[in-house]
Structure formats: C-alpha cells, structure tokens
Write a protein that binds this ligand. Structure first.
Ligand code: ADP
Ligand code: MG
Length: 254
C-alpha cells in the first residue's frame, strides 16, 4: 500500500473519515501553499471540524422534519403590524430558549404562524440546538404508537431529547381523554428541559373544548403558559394578499 492510501486508512480508523477522503486535496494545497507543519495540521483539523459541523447540521435539519424550508430572512416583519422589528430581533436571538421560555403564536390562517415557527426552528438548528417540528395530529399518533412501533419510539426519543419542539396547529383535532393524558405527560416532561412553540388559530380559552377534559386542559395550560410569550399575529392573510392572479393589473388610465 502506498503511503497516501495507508494514511487514509489510518485516519479512517481514527474516525477522521472526512479528512481521510479529502487528504489528497489537503496535501496538494499544502505543497502549493508552502505551508508550515503547524499550518497544515491546523487546516486539517479545521477541515474535519467544519465537515462534522456541516454533517451534524444536515442531520438535525433532516430530523426536524420541517414541512417547508422557511427562514427568518424571508419573513417580512413590516407585513406584520402586531410584531415590532425589535421584538422580532429578540425572538431571533433565541435568548428565550436559554430561559426555557415557550412561544405561543396565535392568529387566523395565513398570517405567517407556521413560517415564523419554522424560521425560528432553523435559526435554532444553526445555533446548535436540536429541534423537532410536528403537527398536533402526528404528535398524538406518534405518542399512541410509541410502545408499538420502532419508528414512533425513535421519533418520541428525538422529541424528548430536543431543545425546541414546535407543535403546529394545536387543537386542530379533538382529543379523547387518553390522548389528552398522553399529551399532558409529554408537555410535563418537556417543561424543564425544552422550549415549545405552539401555533394555533384558536385562543387558549377555547382549547379546553377541544381537549375535552377541563382538568387536563388547565394542567397543560399551566405548564405551557408558566413561562411563555404569547404573540398574536394578525392582519390580512399574507397568502391572500400576495396570491397570484390570472388577471392583469387594471391599467391606471382605464
Ligand atoms: P399560518 O401558519 O398562519 O396559516 P403560514 O405561515 O402558512 O400561515 O403562511 C402562509 C404563506 O404566507 C406562507 O407561504 C408564508 O411563507 C407566507 N407568509 C406569511 N406571512 C409572511 C410574512 N410576514 N413574510 C413572508 N411570507 C409570509
Ligand atoms: Mg400554519
């Protein structure tokens, strides 16, 4: 085996596989840059670190299961009179996550609740946090099948391990008391370890009806609202306002 091949296989067995496959390029660059030994080693270590971070990020983005890729950069704050630029920036800084605060995004359909939630989730992943996005329907289904399927078990493990759990469209479905109980226990487990973002087009006082059980609803609300920022998004539906039309714009002269 030549020296390069042998080096590559040793790097691999030391679990430096990214560097191993990139080694020929790293060596070529070292020769043409006339690098010092320390300089070369530094570049090699930096490369491994960067690739690991990138892979970690890709993995976390995949695990998060966002339904769309929506960023905070593409969220137009000026469209949203109920959220000031300053508040938006504070949300973006994610200090609330360090304080284990929850965010409740309320408002009618189309005002950007899901967009903002995903944008914050992606921002959190970029800052090194573990994030999961789930709809209420999927979450209940996963909770109910946790003991039965490996897939649900894995998913629930990730949810319980996450730093931020986004539950989209809360109370879109009516729950029976078994489901409400499972949901309560999850919220209870998350309470001291993670932040939760909830989106809903119903006000918290209406949640009770959908959960069916007033005692459980009160208990869940207590946990969630204990440390929560409630943001009411309003205004016209962004979707409606910006929808494409098949008609041409009316000419001013007409
Ligand atoms: P909701 O979850 O409140 O029903 P969405 O987040 O799904 O609304 O938003 C509907 C559509 O409008 C999405 O395509 C979203 O990207 C877009 N949208 C809503 N608000 C904004 C905004 N302030 N800036 C940019 N796009 C927005
Ligand atoms: Mg939505």
């Amino acid at each position: 085996m030549n020296q390069l091949k042998s080096l590559q296989s040793k790097l691999k067995s030391l679990r430096l596989s990214e560097t191993s496959s990139h080694l020929p390029t790293l060596l070529e660059e070292a020769a043409s840059n006339d690098e010092t030994h320390a300089g070369f080693l530094m570049r090699l270590v930096d490369y491994e670190q960067r690739r690991r971070d990138e892979k970690q990020m890709e993995k976390r983005l995949k695990w998060a299961t966002f339904p769309h890729h929506k960023t905070l950069d593409s969220f137009d704050v000026s469209e949203q009179q109920s959220l000031s630029k300053r508040e938006f920036n504070q949300l973006k800084e994610l200090l609330w996550m360090e304080q284990l605060f929850n965010i409740i995004l309320l408002g009618p359909p189309g005002v950007g609740k899901t967009h903002l939630a995903i944008g914050l989730g992606i921002q959190a992943i970029h800052q090194g946090y573990k994030v999961i996005f789930t709809s209420m329907g999927e979450l209940i289904q996963t909770l109910k099948t946790e003991e039965i399927t490996r897939k649900s078990q894995t998913r629930m493990k990730r949810i319980r391990n996450a730093d931020l759990v986004i539950i989209d469209d809360l109370m879109f479905m009516a729950m029976n008391s078994h489901e409400a109980n499972l949901f309560f226990h999850l919220i209870n487990d998350l309470h001291d370890n993670a932040s939760v973002i909830l989106t809903s087009n119903k006000a918290p006082k209406e949640w009770g009806e959908l959960l069916g059980d007033p005692a459980i609803t009160t208990a869940i609300l207590d946990r969630i609202i204990h440390r929560a920022e409630i943001i009411h998004l309003n205004g016209d539906s962004y979707r409606m306002k910006h929808r494409k039309s098949i008609f041409e714009e009316e000419s001013v002269t007409n």
